[in-house]
Design a binder for this molecule. Structure first.
Ligand code: FES
Length: 100
């Protein structure tokens, strides 16, 4: 699959799954604290609410491409490190860490 096809597939999938005002609220644990987001939100949206992570060299990092290419949005999800936040939809009860 080409990069263009992958981008197009991601955009179409996001349109179908975009949260609306009447979407139910989900509760996540982010860096040990409670967080509420709309169902259908990506973890990149959660990062936007809770700030940036730091690289191993201490530089601020945040989602850049939003389509799974740059890896600037890496988080630990339910104990699994290096997950791309822009590619994962929030689920109720999910535990996310983005502190380095
Ligand atoms: S924002 Fe680029 S991979 Fe997630």
């Amino acid at each position: 699959m080409t990069l263009w096809q992958r981008c197009k597939r991601t955009v179409l999938r996001r349109r179908e799954q975009a949260p609306s005002a009447d979407s139910p609220s989900l509760r996540l644990i982010v860096n040990g604290g409670s967080c509420h987001v709309r169902a259908g939100s990506s973890l990149a949206a959660v990062l936007a609410q809770h700030g940036c992570r730091r690289s191993v060299e201490g530089q601020l990092r945040a989602p850049l491409c939003g389509m799974g290419v740059c890896y600037e949005c890496r988080v630990t999800v339910d104990g699994r490190p290096h997950q791309r936040a822009c590619q994962i939809l929030a689920r109720d009860g999910m535990t996310v860490r983005h502190e380095s």
